[in-house]
Structures are given as C-alpha cells and as structure tokens.
Write a protein that binds this ligand. Structure first.
Ligand code: GAR
Length: 196
C-alpha cells in the first residue's frame, strides 16, 4: 500500500529532493505522482524532471487577486493526478480555506521555526533578534490558519553566539531534510490507516 504524493514547491526544492529520496528508499510508503510549482522557473521543477517525476507549473500571477481561481487550478491538477497527500515544500503561497477545507487532513507543510513560535516569514531573523537559545523546524498538518495546524514532528538546534541569519538558516535546513522524510512516514501511515 502506498500513498500517492504531490509535492508543491516555489523554488530550489531541496526539501522536495529529501521527500523524493524518502519515497525511493522506502523510508515513507509514498509514490511521487506530481511536483507542482507556482513559479514556472523554479529550479526544483528541473530537478524533479531529471528524476523522471511528472512536473507542472501553475503560475499564480495571471490569476491576479483571484486566489480561488488559482486554487481551483491547483485542486484540478492534484485531483487529476490522483493525489492522496500534498506536501508543501517551500511553497510560498498562502492557501485559503477554499483549498484547505477541501484537502483537510491531506496537506503537510514544513516551516523553519519551532511552531507555534514565528509563523510567517523571516523566522531566522526573528529567532536571532529575540535572543532564542534554540531554533528549528516543524512539520504540521495544514489548516485554514497560517502555520497553525497540528504539529507532526519538530527538530531543534542550539543557536550559537556567532550565528548569522545565513548560518542559522543553513543549519536548520540540514535538520529539515531529516525531519520531513520522518514526518512524511508518519503522515502516510495515518492516511493508510484511514483508508483501511
Ligand atoms: C525551507 O527552508 C522551508 O522550510 C521554507 O522555505 C525553504 C524552502 O527551501 N518554507 C517556508 O518558509 C514556508 N513558510 P527548499 O526549496 O530548498 O526546500
């Protein structure tokens, strides 16, 4: 039994690669069916295509302020591809309730903070400015609140006195690449249990 996985990206897609590896090496019972980007020039699309994964770009820009029309296009593509679970991996568009309600319990996100701390952007800057001793990343189910759904797994690292935004970002990213496959496995097992 395997979960049909869709991965939504906006950029370079290093978390996407960690998820594709997890599918390929059996860490998670999932089969990647589609990598979708809202940016047609996303580097991750090229990486996925090289790995013979189906890719698709749905540029959000022509939809302007019509968020629902953009999300209808995402929904149609994901439904056509027979996707059971969507993993957001650096997908930098906020999904509205129109989408999250249709996909409730079927969308994961990775976020570079120890949620509930620092939802939204600039998480590394905010952790450094606050003088936090720890920082990290979280994988959570997506609901209609920004970075607010139930957390599946987290990884924490110690902030160093000489950390800059860039060094902290890089060390958190290393943790993201380990955390997301682990959380994907947990999410897939929950979905397969629901289906049985
Ligand atoms: C990752 O650090 C991810 O946690 C973050 O974007 C980066 C994407 O990198 N996501 C968010 O900030 C979502 N709010 P990647 O394209 O190399 O995976």
């Amino acid at each position: 039994m395997s979960v049909n996985l869709g991965i939504f990206i906006s950029g370079r897609g290093t978390n996407m690669e960690a998820l594709l590896d997890a599918c390929a090496n059996g860490t998670a019972p999932a089969t990647p069916k589609l990598v979708l980007s809202n940016r047609p020039d996303a580097l991750g699309l090229t990486t996925a295509a090289k790995r013979a994964i189906a890719t698709c770009a749905i540029d959000h820009k022509p939809f302007g302020k019509d968020r629902e029309a953009f999300e209808r296009a995402l929904h149609a593509k994901a439904t056509d591809a027979g996707i059971d679970l969507i993993a957001l991996a650096g997908f930098m568009r906020i999904l509205s309730p129109w989408f999250t309600e249709r996909w409730e319990g079927r969308v994961l996100n990775i976020h570079p903070s120890l949620l509930p701390k620092y939802p939204g952007l600039n998480t590394h800057e905010r952790a450094l400015e606050a003088g936090d001793a720890e920082h990290g990343c979280s994988v959570h189910w997506v609901n209609s609140g920004l970075d607010q759904g139930e957390t599946i797994a987290q990884a924490a690292i110690k902030v160093r006195s000489d950390d800059t935004v860039e060094t902290l970002r890089a060390r958190v990213l290393v943790e993201e690449h380990k955390l997301y496959p682990h959380a994907l496995k947990i999410a897939c097992e929950q979905i397969l249990q629901r289906q049985s």
